[in-house]
Design a protein around this ligand. Sequence first.
Ligand SMILES: O=P(O)(O)OC[C@H]1O[C@H](OP(=O)(O)OP(=O)(O)O)[C@H](O)[C@@H]1O
Length: 254
Amino acid sequence: MKYESKRFKDGQVTAKIIEGGNIHIKIRGNSYEDLFKAAAIKEAWDAENATNKTAVAKLTIFCLIGQRSDRRFNKGESFDLKVICKFINDMKFDSVAILHPHSPISLALIDNSEKISHVDYVEKAFKHIGNPVLVSPDAGAYKTTHEIAEKLNADLVPSNKVRVDGAPVISIQGDVNGKQCLIVDDLADGGRTFKFLAEALKQQGAAEVYLYVTHAQFNYGFDELKETIDHVYCTNSYKDIDDDFVTQFKLAGL
Ligand SMILES: O=P(O)(O)OC[C@H]1O[C@H](OP(=O)(O)OP(=O)(O)O)[C@H](O)[C@@H]1O
């Protein structure tokens, strides 16, 4: 299955099917344009395959836009993930695979969806560092990090984050004194969650603190993080990063 897609100068995205058969579209999915690109390809494919009932269409989304907006935060505000998932469902793919979604709500809202686990990337970081203790930063990350700790036979220290007047307050539930710690979470946006957690871990005696996130946004750069975090591991699901502070695992198809 081959296709082309392009963007006109006015922003319109368009697609052309070059060769028929099964299709597997892989997108970052971290922009509305990416979703429209998939929709244009799928529309062209549907038209080409109208009589081919056995051909299968798969979509892989590496970094789903809006995945944190998995609820209506306040009365009167839009439930953005619902809008995004409705758009994806309207494309009618036979299967939609999503890398490390922020919460199960994405999978619940998207038809025929399945999760791609981040375990392989955490394992690479875990082995590279040399069997650190895993640290889950909040209740949301605990369940998946617990599953990964079981698979890697790693120790897990849960921590919890509550926001007081907007600032995160951290509690660490375990002994990290003298240990190498690897914080594992789905995404870094501004990075303050990890800056404060790394500070707390080092105050409690952690020898080194590393961070793994699947979706590396780091919208405010790395300067503040470098003060307390020794190294970052991530995928390139959101963007490519060129910085000695970061080891990026490249995803096939990006
Ligand atoms: O880099 P930062 O800006 O600190 O943000 C990163 C944190 O934000 C996300 O959680 P979020 O607070 O959205 O989780 P919630 O579903 O519990 O609200 C994510 O899972 C990280 O824990």
